[in-house]
Design a protein around this ligand. Sequence first.
Ligand code: AQP
Length: 327
Amino acid sequence: MNTIFSGIQPSGDLTLGNYLGALKNFIPFQDTHECYYCVVNQHAITVPQEPAQLHARTTELAAIYLAAGLDPNKATLFVQSEVPEHALLGWVMITTSYVGEMERMTQYKDKARKQGDSIPLGLMTYPPLMAADILLYQADLVPVGEDQRQHMEITRTLAERFNYRYGEVFTVPEMWAPKGGARVMSLQEPTKKMSKSDDNRTATIYLLDETDDIVRKIKRAQTDSESVIRYDKENKPGVSNLLSIHAAISGKSFAELERDYDGQGYGTLKKDVADLVVGELEPIRRRYHELVGSPELGRILDEGRDKAHAKASVTYRKAVEAMGLYR
Ligand code: AQP
């Protein structure tokens, strides 16, 4: 059985982008692959976090994974900081990386720009930690959103570099991205990705938003003055974003949607997209409220930690032995 690893940061309230680009796609793999899904809280601290909030968001995110359909009898769900090999192999991967290749990472450049003069070094060493996360489980496939493509390429480079220097220790993983990309953009600035850390809450649909909020935000989504429903990311980013949300939920192609909406106004498209999003998120929100704070959640995370640690410790030992670090 091939192995899957993926993670989400508890760095804010989860968005429709995190769901359509990542979480929704994690679920079907649990029937066909050995899956490890992680709350990557050590990635979240690459920018300052308030401890009580980080603590709460970590279990909330675990509850969201389960509410979205993750079955703990099929997949392993755990918290990154509870399996120490992530930080340990992270250091090994840092020593395998070059400063130049880290400085070229788009996410680093974007996030560093927002930090003024005091750029946390963790922002630059985020990709080697992500490589360690994936390589510890010898993952063959990593389901992530399109925005993570550069980080997946550097993960493959680091795995190949390590294997070349020290022998075949790591599986070199492939990225898996949803068909059509499913890159969800901000509803207010549709050339920018929808993000947990965006301060503009009207621009973002959160997984736990109430129905009225979802409808209101989609109604106010930025479009254009052409009044033609056509997928054209360059010239019609707002309408294209709505079509891509529609496609990711309805499963329809852009060509089909353009035919369906021929001659119709943006109001109709917005109403249909809002109905689809509400229909998708409402059951998740209901299950989330049943799960969060339940003792069952704690038990699932304890078991997940032990299962993840069993696998990660074997790989870590292999890596440090190969490097001459193990006495
Ligand atoms: N807008 C998006 N569209 C599609 N996929 C997305 N992902 C994130 N935003 C979108 C995917 O969600 C997964 C988890 O992301 P993450 O928590 O590791 O952090 P991120 O990519 O940096 O997500 P955010 O929401 O933008 O978080 P902040 O604001 O904290 O940086 C990944 O698979 C990602 O591709």
